[in-house]
Design a protein around this ligand. Sequence first.
Ligand SMILES: Cc1cc2nc3c(=O)[nH]c(=O)nc-3n(C[C@H](O)[C@H](O)[C@H](O)COP(=O)(O)O)c2cc1C
Length: 170
Amino acid sequence: MKFIDNVRDRFSLRNYDQRQPEREKIEYVLECARLAPSAVNRQPWQLIIAQSAEAREKLFACYTREWFRTAPVIIAVCVNNDEAWTRPSDGKNHADIDGSIIAQQICLAATDAGLGTCWVCNFDYDATCRALDLPDNVHPVVLIPIGYPAKDVATPTKSRKALSQIVEWR
Ligand SMILES: Cc1cc2nc3c(=O)[nH]c(=O)nc-3n(C[C@H](O)[C@H](O)[C@H](O)COP(=O)(O)O)c2cc1C
């Protein structure tokens, strides 16, 4: 697949088929994730794959939209603030940036594998830390449901600003 087609094809899937995505496909996605760049190559990531009914149920309780309950697998992208690089000039910790990069790499790899995903950040933060049993220095960045689209899902058209609105050539 050409890269531009992959980028165009990805969309936020909010209705999943109940069949489990093949293990090899999830492993392909995770290998693509592993190769993501990170600040000073610190790789401060922890990816928790909620696949069992019990593990998913805990996360469904942290983001209570009905559609979320259709997810056959959820990848919780977490970052360790102590492992991440901090910029000396202003003290900015880059854990969230590293987490965002690996998350989008997961979403694009999933598209390439014929699977759908959706970024979910509007979760209950404290409940999610508890559900994932995270130590104090590890934070959830995004929950990514991943799986096949349900049968009736149509690919939406993208609503985006024009390049002229976001680009300034100097
Ligand atoms: C940082 C971030 C947080 C998001 N959080 C949520 C969320 O909590 N729930 C949700 O349904 N979609 C969430 N989304 C999905 C966006 O609504 C979606 O990406 C945007 O509307 C563009 O649509 P598209 O992904 O289909 O191209 C999030 C996306 C990003 C990048």
